[in-house]
Write a protein that binds this ligand. Sequence first.
Ligand code: GTP
Ligand code: MG
Length: 302
Amino acid sequence: MAAADGRPAAADFRCGHVAIVGRPSVGKSTLMNALIGAKISITSKKPQTTRHRIVGIATDAAAQFVFVDTPGFQTRHRSRLNEHLNRAVRDSLADVDAVVLVLDATRITEADRAVVRLLPARVPVVAAVNKVDLVADKATLLPRLSEIAALHPFAAIVPVSADRGTQLAELKAELAKLLPASAPLYPEDDLTDRDERFLAAEFIREKIFRMLGDEVPYATTVGIEQFAVEGSLRRIHATVYVDKPGQRAILLGEGGARMKAIATQARAEMERLFGGKVYLEVWVRVKRGWADTDASLARFGY
Ligand SMILES: Nc1nc2c(ncn2[C@@H]2O[C@H](COP(=O)(O)OP(=O)(O)OP(=O)(O)O)[C@@H](O)[C@H]2O)c(=O)[nH]1
Ligand SMILES: [Mg+2]
């Protein structure tokens, strides 16, 4: 057995796919980033920030975890885009060795129960009870954990804080037990299966989700027109598509100031991950109904 980088792997090395699922905003992407030690998947306070299946890879001496971050499973709003997002969640569960069900330590809701009903019977599931840092009275945690234990025959239940990095080693230890003996699937330095082009578009989307109100982020998608590498400089031309002219005006802000701030923050995020200078130009275009048909969703990578 040889590792992907050619070095022999220990006979007891473990490797496998772990889907990270849960209702919107429980902290799935924050948890994946914390587990791999890098910002790969975008996060925000708004539900449905994640729209794509995205792999994050963590490799240690004994195991390689191929985490699959997924969109928050939606039961309330029915739209073409949401159907695609929910399908991405279901598809991710189909072919994994283990599942992390992320729950919010402060409350279990009907939306959590809807996700539990999706869990395949033959795949082991670990419950990650996230945001324990928000539980001021720790005495309330014990009844919450019993409530969770009754939801599903979990392989383990681990209270964590993705934000503070609490108990992540314990979570990984529980997951490692569930992975098959296998050589690593990826070189040990790999962090994701996504290319820089995809990540660049996502970082722009993250800043839009973080800086704008409740309507515009959901009417927005991002395309990369040009991605050229010149030595250590990356020259990126991106287009933000919105649904209506009014949304374009909101996104641009007075004299283009808001868009400029979004681009500046996105560029800083790209430079941190890519490790080089980025020249970023962002245009905003109106494309009515981009989220309404399968054909146009496919064009934008959904
Ligand atoms: N206090 C606290 N906040 C957290 C923790 N983990 C995540 N958050 C916050 O919860 C919010 C949602 O986090 P995300 O990681 O984007 O959640 P998600 O489940 O990926 O959300 P969707 O992709 O929209 O379904 C963000 O504001 C995070 O900063 C945690 O351990 N403690
Ligand atoms: Mg997410």
